[in-house]
Design a protein around this ligand. Structure first.
Ligand SMILES: Nc1nc2c(ncn2[C@@H]2O[C@H](COP(=O)(O)OP(=O)(O)OP(=O)(O)O)[C@@H](O)[C@H]2O)c(=O)[nH]1
Ligand SMILES: [Mg+2]
Length: 373
């Protein structure tokens, strides 16, 4: 039996199983087996091709700017129109499906941040398992900092398809990674150290870990009410956790009553816009900027004046090292220490190392080794 058949057989078994307290454990185990098989399948398909640029790898785009935002949606929802509206790019727009065939980048300058926006081909149901350009679109999305889910005002329910396809490819939207640490050892069996109330039984935790070949070690759980799905995410090791925004496009074609109706239908909050008629685009820029959760770092040259005009735009929880890397690829190597003023500092001009985590509006002086360029 090949991997797809094995997956199918286990899925059938889950469908047949009535889920209740008694079978919960069994189903958790089956889900783990499926997740493991899917990972193997992915490795078979992607394998080394990811790095060599084979047909299943992502599109050839270089990340640029302070952050990268991807536009994900079904064909013809207006992704390219939106890219052209947000940035200086000129991506092809047409009324037929699959107009865009590759990744088209544009740059959005907003409040001092340079935000790369990537227009992508439309995805369809089954994208994660290889339909259309799906896999490549998803492969690019894994490296993004924010996902915009673009919906057509007449097909708001497609949000479910988009989320499902991303989830199947290991992209978790608007979730934190579960707080679980696995310390593997070579002998001694498995132990579970739950520091919060646990919903799953310890036995289930251990059995699921064994599916992933973990037979010895300590599983430390600090995630309250950890579910089997979350635990499988931890074990899979290939999940990415990204923020998202839902954008409802083409609202120029409907009235406010229609939009209110959709709001009650899809539950999730969304931003109504018209890319074509330029409605709410400023609000979208603001929402993108806020969702990216940037921090600003003001640089002060040693013995000089702080540059408050052009802060370094960094992602939250960036370290001194990240600032160095952004200034120059080899810079971190030549750093003696840094001085920090602001929220992350215990006192003014605190001397810190490369691992120091910065906060919004900190002032930073980087002191290089003598002789370094
Ligand atoms: N009425 C209206 N039409 C729009 C809007 N945005 C895009 N369109 C139209 O929708 C059609 C598809 O637009 P595209 O921007 O090419 O859509 P896409 O999502 O990039 O499509 P693919 O590249 O095929 O996935 C075009 O005819 C656009 O003019 C909008 O806000 N309102
Ligand atoms: Mg397009």
């Amino acid at each position: 039996m090949g991997i797809p058949e094995k997956i199918k057989a286990i899925q059938d078994e889950i469908h047949k199983t009535q889920i209740n307290k008694a079978t919960e454990f069994h189903v958790g185990l089956l889900k783990a087996k499926i997740a493991k098989l899917k990972r193997e399948q992915d490795e078979n398909i992607h394998g080394r091709t990811v790095h060599t640029g084979g047909e299943n790898a992502g599109f050839d785009v270089r990340k640029a700017g302070d952050a990268t935002v991807v536009l994900i949606g079904l064909p013809s929802v207006g992704k390219s129109t939106l890219l052209n509206r947000l940035t200086n790019a000129k991506s092809r727009v047409a009324s037929y499906q699959f107009t865009t065939l590759t990744a088209v980048p544009g740059m959005l300058d907003y409040r001092g941040a340079k935000i790369q926006v990537l227009d992508l081909p439309g995805i369809i149901e089954g994208a994660a398992s290889g339909k259309g350009f799906g896999r490549r679109v998803i492969s690019v999305s894994r490296g993004a900092d924010l996902v915009l889910l673009i919906l057509d005002v007449f097909q708001p329910n497609h949000v479910g398809i988009l989320k499902k396809e991303l989830a199947e490819a290991g992209i978790k939207l608007d979730e934190r990674p579960p707080d679980v640490v696995i310390e593997k050892t070579s002998t001694g069996g498995l132990s579970v150290n739950a520091q919060v109330p646990l919903k799953m039984s310890e036995k289930a935790v251990k059995e699921i870990a064994r599916v992933y070949g973990i037979h010895n070690g300590r599983i430390i759980i600090r995630e309250p009410n950890l579910t089997d799905d979350q635990f499988i995410d931890v074990l899979s090791e290939n999940r990415v956790y990204l923020p998202s925004l839902i954008v409802l496009n083409k609202i120029d074609l409907v009235n406010q009553g229609f939009i209110n109706e959709i709001q009650s239908q899809i539950g999730n909050k969304f931003l109504p816009i018209s890319a074509d008629a330029n409605v709410n685009i400023d609000a979208l820029r603001e929402a993108i900027y806020n969702r990216l959760d940037f921090i600003r770092i003001y640089m002060r040259p040693k013995g000089g004046q702080t540059d408050y005009k052009e802060p370094m735009i960094m992602q939250r929880d960036s370290k001194v090292q990240d600032v160095c890397n952004k200034i120059h690829r080899n810079m971190a190597r030549n750093i003696k220490y840094a001085l920090v003023w602001g929220k992350s500092a215990k006192f003014d001009a605190q001397k810190v190392g490369l691992d120091h985590v910065l906060a919004d509006e900190d002032v930073l002086t980087i002191v290089k080794n003598p002789g370094a360029l």
